[in-house]
Design a protein around this ligand. Sequence first.
Ligand code: ADP
Length: 289
Amino acid sequence: DPPREPQTEPQPGDGTAPAASAALLSVRGLRKSFGTTRVLESIDLTVGRGRVLALIGPSGSGKTTILRCLNGLETADGGTITITAAEADPAAAGATPAGTGTGTELTVDFGAAGGPRDKQLAALRDRSAMVFQNYNLFPHNTVLENVLEGPVVVQRRPKAEVTAEALALLTRVGLADKTDAYPFELSGGQQQRVGIVRALALRPQLLLFDEPTSSLDPELVGDVLRLIKELAIEGWTMVIVTHELEFAREVASEIAFVDGGRIVEHGDPKQVLRHPREERTRQFLHRLL
Ligand code: ADP
């Protein structure tokens, strides 16, 4: 390859905190097939620390599969995923981030002979947390038990410490009086707030949201979107699959349009939504209007 030009153009992250331009997530050449169906052709993505990437695109284009590969719920067939841990977790200042240590870069190479090692996959999984479209709470566990499960059982953190943190988070999202309730006793909006608290309690580097409001009744969507926006303002790094274009424009630092298992276009939200460069993006947005 020819030597790269020095970067003189403004880069994403300029003008904010100095650390904001450091990549937290970097994905290169990620591929995934189910049987003979190629779902991800070759995905390249970089998300800076503290930034919010919205993935938009038609149904079946591969957006959820990208998130599931990032979170280790699916194992990619090729390519690499790198997640770099912060020196200090911005959202849990003063606390020791759990799991895999701090300030370290973890790269998992899915094309390696024999595939990635289990230990690496477990470490990768520990760096992100997913908020699901259908909440995915354990139906036979209480709200508090749902939140404690990952940190206590999987991450093996002290139960008393995690409980205190979980109660503070549940209070923050207005669910202090629901800690002993079961998921079926909650509205969809409340269940999704538990889903978000459960993700936060894992103290991940990266939050992944898979259409977090698309199962909600319209009147409950606003509360959940407001909470996600607050987390963005607090500096959490996030990847959000969403159909809520207005929300994406408001909250995302950048938008990627996914079609046919590829990132067709990636840029500033206003540019992608108002002045898409690619015909396929134009057609997709046009259909939504
Ligand atoms: P999106 O989130 O953009 O709607 P998905 O990532 O959910 O797209 O799905 C992309 C494609 O992969 C779809 O054609 C879907 O049917 C297929 N797919 C997803 N998961 C599986 C699976 N576990 N087995 C077989 N096909 C799958």
